[in-house]
Every structure is written in C-alpha cells, then in structure tokens.
Design a protein around this ligand. Structure first.
Ligand code: ADP
Ligand code: ADP
Length: 228
C-alpha cells in the first residue's frame, strides 16, 4: 500500500534532512504505528504521501499511485484515496455533525442519493447515531474525533492516516477512538497512526515504525512502544 525507496526530504539546502534515505513498505490491510520524538519526520512522511510536498530524492508509491510522477490533475484522485485524521479534529464549526461528514462527499461531487445513505451509515459505524444534528461545540473531544473519522472514511479510502488522533483525549476516550480505527482497519482500510501513546501501542501489538532524526530506526511486526 505504501512503498518508499530511498526517500530523502530536505526542506532547505542548509538544514538537516527531515527524512533521510528512507526505504520501507507498509502492506495493504496493515495497521501501523509511527512513533518517534517531535521533529523526527512523521508529519513530513504524511505530507509526502499526500503530495503536499515533493521529496528531494527517492520514490514514493501509494496503492497504484506513483506519487513522484503523478500529474497535477491526478493529485486529487490520490488525495481522495487517503483519509486523514488530526489531533485537533479540524471540524467545520458552523456545520452539524451530519453536514461535516456530508461535506466530504459533496466536495468530490457525489450524488445526494449516495450522501443520504452513506452519512447515517457511517455515523452509526463510528458510534454517533444519535448525534447527527448536533453542532461540534456540543460534543465531547472523543465524539469530535469520531466525527473526524467518519468524515475521513465516508468515501471508503484505501488508506487512513491518523496524526496523533488521541493527543487531546484522556486514556479511556483514546481507547474508544483506537477501537474505531481498528474496526476501520479490519474492514480492509490500511491505517497508519502517528502517536506518542505507549499504552495504545503496547495494547495493540501491531507494526511499529520508529523514526529518529528522519531515519527509520525500528520496524517491528508486532511491536511495543519501547524503552525510549
Ligand atoms: P514530526 O511530525 O515527527 O514532529 P516533522 O516532519 O514535523 O516531524 O519535522 C521533521 C523536521 O523537518 C523537523 O526538523 C522540522 O523542523 C522540519 N520541518 C517540518 N516541516 C517543515 C517545513 N515546512 N519547512 C521547513 N522545515 C520543516
Ligand atoms: P461487514 O463485515 O458486513 O463489511 P463492517 O463492520 O465492515 O461489516 O460494516 C458494518 C456496517 O457498517 C455495514 O452495514 C457497512 O455497510 C457499514 N459500513 C462500513 N463501513 C462504512 C463506511 N465507511 N461508510 C458507511 N458505512 C459503512
């Protein structure tokens, strides 16, 4: 699903590379944790997958997309195949829960009949059936993150990128969010989750990729957070 071959990313000539000669693969259907200290290159990796930045050198593949050579007019197709979830939820504050999720389908031109079915189905899937007409400010943090996940998966992307999705949530709420991500993964979506949450990583025992200074320093199939 994701293949990096000798990827280096240097934002400025004078600076140290944010990613340095990275090569690894994440298979279709995997749930992978991305760990490493702040500044180790996790967000840069996500941005390169989305073609929000171009690597200085090296090759990137996401599913069938050859990201490096992808034409500008095809970049939206790549991005539509990748759902994204962030630490700060990024909901549209003036829209209801249902409209936040519907909007993701509207902007890619889905017919309203599809939207009518997919939105309630997806809200139920993430455990928010009764909240369709609420506004974001009426929700708890965990509920806001469920809305963000619903929005990210409603178009059934092949890949879901979650950048510290539990970073603003208490441990119990975080557990619920990871359960939802796990369910999404078991349905067939490849999930990559950047996190600092050792309890979640240790409880899940999935692939662990550890970055340090833009280098891959660990790639364990059934990993733990480690001593770091
Ligand atoms: P992480 O997500 O692990 O905290 P980042 O990918 O954000 O790491 O950062 C990796 C390195 O790249 C850091 O040294 C950071 O300062 C640098 N960096 C990140 N984004 C930019 C940018 N837009 N311009 C210049 N340097 C950047
Ligand atoms: P199944 O094994 O039947 O595919 P799932 O857990 O994948 O079970 O799905 C359970 C229900 O949730 C099904 O009705 C399915 O259509 C619905 N569902 C799953 N994923 C989504 C999604 N991204 N958007 C809307 N509905 C979904």
């Amino acid at each position: 699903m994701i293949k990096l071959s000798n990827v280096t990313m240097q934002y400025a000539k004078s600076s140290r590379p944010a990613l340095s000669d990275l090569s690894f693969e994440i298979d279709k259907g995997e749930f992978a944790f991305l760990i490493g200290p702040s500044g180790s290159g996790k967000s840069t990796f996500f941005r390169l997958l989305l073609k929000e930045d171009k690597p200085t050198s090296g090759e990137i593949e996401v599913g069938d997309f050859h990201v490096n050579t992808l034409r500008n007019r095809d970049v939206p197709k790549l991005r539509q195949s990748i759902g994204c979830v962030f630490q700060d939820f990024r909901l549209l504050q003036q829209k209801t829960v249902a409209d936040n999720v519907a909007f993701a389908l509207e902007v890619i031109g889905k017919p309203s009949s599809t939207i009518r079915d997919a939105v309630p189905e997806t809200l139920e899937y993430v455990g928010l059936s009764g909240k369709a007409d609420r506004m974001p400010f009426e929700l708890s943090g965990g509920e806001m993150q469920r809305v963000a996940i619903a929005r990210a998966i409603v178009n059934r992307p092949q890949l879901l990128l979650a950048d510290e999705p539990t970073g603003n949530l208490d441990p119990e709420t975080s557990e619920g969010i990871v359960e939802v991500l796990d369910r999404v993964n078991r349905r067939g979506t490849t999930v990559v989750m950047a996190t600092h949450d050792r309890h979640i990583v240790d409880a899940m025992r999935r692939r662990v990729l550890e970055f340090d200074n833009g280098k891959l320093v660990r790639n364990d199939q059934y990993g733990v957070y480690g001593i770091g």
